[in-house]
Design a protein around this ligand. Structure first.
Ligand SMILES: Nc1ncnc2c1ncn2[C@@H]1O[C@H](COP(=O)(O)OP(=O)(O)O)[C@@H](O)[C@H]1O
Ligand SMILES: [Mg+2]
Length: 350
């Protein structure tokens, strides 16, 4: 859209407060508070990762920013425009890639992209060029005539992205764009996100897939039950949780029952925060106090219970353990769901 002169002073505040600025945002569904006084800012040109277990309030927050949902309290400002007042200005500068794939099954890839891009006012040759470029961009140029309903999951995800970005928005909001896709599509999508950022777009992005967020996000917000648990660069987040370290003990897979018993004994030991036993891998994963001086009691318990220890590894804290420490939830590797941790505070109760 055309920039007006009015924006110059607003652009200054954009620099100071962030390109996207969310201040004490609260959103309720009836009596249930889905987003609870959430504050964060996103700098212009950033890839901003939004992490949280299922039900954390990610989609709700992104829906508010995308002007699809009203809110109860707080301030939301994008590129100097305030919601809900400047809804149309905000709509005009953003592109949304929704979590639920939104495509017309009976339309072809090109027709789907054209339909969405035309909603942003593109017409004629400009529209045609934008459609081609977007399809090319997501690796679907050769499939332009294929109907969405006939596409694989990965292709549909990529087409969903093409529909959200064809009009070249300066703010791109992607809600779990890689859920359920094949490795090739995932890599392609991640590469596309980097390219979009390099072209100057600002990207807000949610994913359950930790390595993905680690690899592309400049800054990450971890949210849980509608509240901000932590925000910062990957390094800052890792340093934020320094009270525990992970230890991985490889054990004899034959003695699963002994290991089970040993694990429940270990759980009682001082300094042990969390124990997981994976019988299939023959692995016991432990989170222990960083201050724990010796792991001898742990090893002794295993030996007393007749468990053969094969290997011992200490893991440096990573985003996964940080996430776990902050939310009590584990992010699943396949990106489909988050499983509550034993004794954790996971779930979405009010
Ligand atoms: N339309 C709705 N009506 C009632 N509750 C909702 C609605 N949409 C979402 N919720 C609830 O709000 C919470 C946050 O949902 P959501 O923003 O979709 O989380 P996320 O995207 O992090 O998984 C969840 O507990 C969800 O069940
Ligand atoms: Mg969601």
């Amino acid at each position: 859209m055309e920039r007006t002169n009015e924006r110059t002073s607003e652009q200054a505040s954009e620099q100071a407060n962030g390109y996207v600025s969310v201040n004490r945002l609260t959103k309720r569904y009836g009596g249930f508070t889905a987003v609870d006084s959430l504050s964060f800012t996103v700098g212009k040109g950033e890839i901003f990762g939004f992490l949280g277990p299922n039900g954390a309030g990610k989609t709700t927050t992104l829906s508010v920013i995308s002007t699809l949902l009203d809110f109860d309290h707080g301030e939301v400002e994008i590129a100097g425009f305030k919601l809900p007042k400047d809804e149309f200005e905000v709509k005009a500068l953003l592109g949304l890639v929704p979590q639920e794939i939104a495509l017309y099954q009976n339309l072809t890839a090109a027709e789907n992209v054209a339909l969405f891009a035309s909603l942003y006012g593109l017409r004629g040759a400009k529209l045609k060029a934008a459609v081609e470029e977007a399809l090319e961009f997501v690796g679907l140029a050769d499939e332009r005539k294929k109907r969405a309903g006939k596409m694989s999951g990965g292709m549909r995800r990529r087409l969903n992205i093409a529909c959200g970005i064809a009009h070249k928005p300066e703010l791109i909001i992607m809600d779990e764009p890689t859920v359920g896709v094949d490795a090739w599509s995932r890599d392609h999508i991640l590469g596309s996100i980097r390219t979009l950022r390099n072209r100057g777009a600002t990207i807000i992005y949610t994913s359950h897939y930790m390595p993905e967020v680690q690899s592309i996000a400049d800054r990450i917000a971890i949210i849980d039950k509608g509240r901000l648990a932590a925000i910062g660069t990957e390094r800052e987040l890792l340093e934020y949780v320094t009270d525990r370290k992970a230890i991985l003990i490889g054990v004899d897979g034959q003695a699963a029952q002994c290991a089970e018993i040993a694990v429940s004994d270990i759980r009682m030991l001082a300094g042990v925060k969390r124990v997981r036993y994976n019988a299939e891998k023959g692995e016991i994963g432990l989170d222990v106090d960083l201050a724990l001086k010796s792991i001898s009691p742990i090893l002794k318990t295993l030996m007393d219970r007749g468990v053969t220890i094969r290997t011992i590894e200490e893991e440096a804290p990573n985003l996964e353990t940080t996430f776990l420490a902050l939310t009590g939830s584990e992010l699943s590797a396949d990106g489909e769901s988050a499983a509550p941790a034993a004794g954790g505070r996971a779930g979405r109760g009010a």
